[in-house]
Design a protein around this ligand. Structure first.
Ligand code: SF4
Length: 318
């Protein structure tokens, strides 16, 4: 897969741009130094891009959790309508960007995705249950787009899941660009099977049924139902238990080729992974070795074995 066409939206201050209310930035090295090698970032600062100055008075959300106002803290100026106008315009632009994901700055009343503080009108109390106004607009408009906050990307499990979904979304978009038909969908699905099984056995089964009976459906409906199921399924985390299940499952494709020692060695490393003694990359390195050695065509085509560049080291955690 070409990676230069993987476009990901990002809160501008995370790239080191000095757009914060205090004239500073919140550069995130993982984003600027690592992910930038694979993703083309589309920066958005909803506050500056909607015409606010740098520096500016700090703001916060006030009122209803689902529909708060965006007010400056000291003088109480209401920027809600300005921000909502901006969101409407920006969302139309983003629809043309072909984004595969979005990384938001946490805690911001404009950009925070999870647990943003919403204050009572007196300003005395707050609950961490809100969403920044721009983040909410993106989440509501693009319900299948992988979304995350920068802080959560420092958790190995959340990071792996988010990046895997971004690459998967690009694969799906590339498939759509090829001019999909029923046969091509079967081929696409076949290659995703083990990846889906690792994330959600339920979606693996549902999509298997959908594709098997898909010839009777209008093509547009089949594709949109597949897209929804595929991207929803990948939201579930690929846990140790589910990955171990996939490893045992894929052993079935070459166990008749393996010598007794090879089989014992593979079972041993899977056991080590299941017991959290080794990262997923350990059994997968051995699996990939046997897939090459015994030339197992079905497994060679499985995205699960190479869902993202190995250099990102997303499967190296225990
Ligand atoms: S958090 Fe959002 S609104 Fe605030 S400076 Fe960063 S990009 Fe701009």
């Amino acid at each position: 897969m070409m990676t230069e066409n993987i476009k990901v939206g990002v809160s501008s201050c995370l790239l080191g741009n000095t757009v914060r209310y205090d004239g500073g930035h919140k550069r995130d090295r993982y984003i600027t130094d690592t992910l930038s090698q694979y993703f083309q970032f589309v920066p958005v600062c909803p506050e500056v891009d909607s015409g606010m100055t740098v520096p500016r008075e700090a703001m916060r959300l006030v009122g209803e959790i689902e529909s708060p106002r965006l007010l400056t803290i000291r003088s109480g100026i209401d920027h809600t309508e300005r921000m909502e106008d901006f969101c409407r315009r920006k969302i139309e632009e983003l629809k043309k960007e072909d984004l595969c994901g979005f990384i938001f700055k946490s805690d911001s009343p404009s950009s925070g995705l999870y647990r943003v503080k919403v204050y009572t009108p007196s300003g005395m109390n707050s609950v961490r249950k809100g969403k920044g106004l721009f983040a909410r607009a993106v989440a509501e408009t693009f319900p299948l787009l992988p979304l995350e906050e920068e802080g959560r990307l420092h958790d190995a499990v959340l990071r792996e899941n988010f990046i895997e979904r971004v690459f998967s979304y690009r694969r799906w978009k590339d498939f759509l660009l090829e001019g999909p038909d029923y046969k091509k969908l079967i081929r696409f699905h076949t290659r995703q099977k083990l990846l889906l099984l690792a994330h959600s056995p339920r979606h693996y089964a549902l999509l298997g049924k959908l594709v098997a009976g898909g010839k009777g459906l209008p093509p547009g409906e089949l594709l949109s139902r597949y897209e929804e199921g595929f991207l929803e399924g990948l939201k579930s985390f690929a846990t140790v238990k589910k990955n171990a299940n996939v490893l045992h499952h894929l052993m079935g494709y070459f166990k008749t080729h393996l010598t007794r020692d090879e089989k014992a060695e593979l079972l041993e490393v899977i056991k080590g992974y299941s017991g959290s003694l080794a990262p997923l990359t350990v059994p997968l390195t051995l699996v990939n070795h046997y897939v090459r050695k015994y030339d197992v065509a079905y497994l060679k085509g499985q995205v699960y074995l190479h869902p993202h560049p190995a250099e990102l080291m997303l499967r190296n955690h225990v």
